[in-house]
Unconditional design. Sequence first.
Length: 342
Amino acid sequence: MSSKENYIARNRNHEEIRRGGAIGNLNEGIEIILHNIPTRLIAWPGNGFQTESVHVLTLAPGLESPLYQYQISEEALLCVQGKGEVYLRGQWVEIEPGDIAYFPEDISHGIRNPIHNKEDFILVSAITPPLVSLYEASGFYITELGKMDFDAVEAAQELIVPGNISKKNYLRYNESHPELRAWNLKADDVRREGALFNIFKGAEFDANGSPMRFILWPGHGSRQCGFHLTRCSSGDMFAAHTHPVSDECVVVWAGSARGFLDNHWLEMDTHECLLAPCGVPHGGPLNIKTDTVSAHQQAKDTLWGGFASPPQGDLYLRGGYIKDQRISDPPAIRFKDIEPLQ
Ligand SMILES: [Fe+2]
């Protein structure tokens, strides 16, 4: 088995992923039905994650969830393809690829794809902390024993049917519904009621020369949910690092990358993701144009961003956004010139 195949999530069990990470893919995960919606499990307690679950939700036209709420968990819903509506702050709101709807714990929310739409409405959901009760009906959590049924998880991994997210990058900046946008609201208001974010607007951070934005983070109103986005140009790279307390699922949204995981460099394509539970050494994005070993050339930049929970205070400290244990609320700055990346 090649080094990469060895690290593909479906070929690893939860202990291996917890210890050394894996390469996941938004189109690959065990599928269950949650709130009436086909849901693929990308990062979750069944594969080594303890502090967040990342799922992919696919709503065909006409499909909708009931309104639901999680008393102890927040949820962020990032639209990756198609368009549809979310129930946010008491109204149904249309969102498009690049938008993130954020729901604090105990806030009623829902999702629907109106019947007149022609395309699937596809979202990436981050739930933090993870809720084992979500996995009970499908048999992956055994309530009486208080544990995941990892044998059932591994059996289901053999039967994964790939999803249909296109490699085309539909993510765009969007500022519709200004009254719901996080950058027009106070952080404590976002914290109470939720808001609309967009992956191209957040607090600035220089990650070793790669421009990054803190999108969903306590400075802008979330508590446990975190999402950051970075652009990796030719020559950019991150040193290998770990996060002391945060599990992280970093997705390649456009282009490709060479990701570092557990002492291996692994070439990654669009919609693959580094699954790096806390403590697992990971790095990149190293744009593979810069690879000097195989002289592989890539003319495109890489759009790379991920969900981490609990929030990465280690990065906020480096960014100068924490003083005396207080997190500042810096302006959200639009990330320009990166949306057309394919
Ligand atoms: Fe990281």
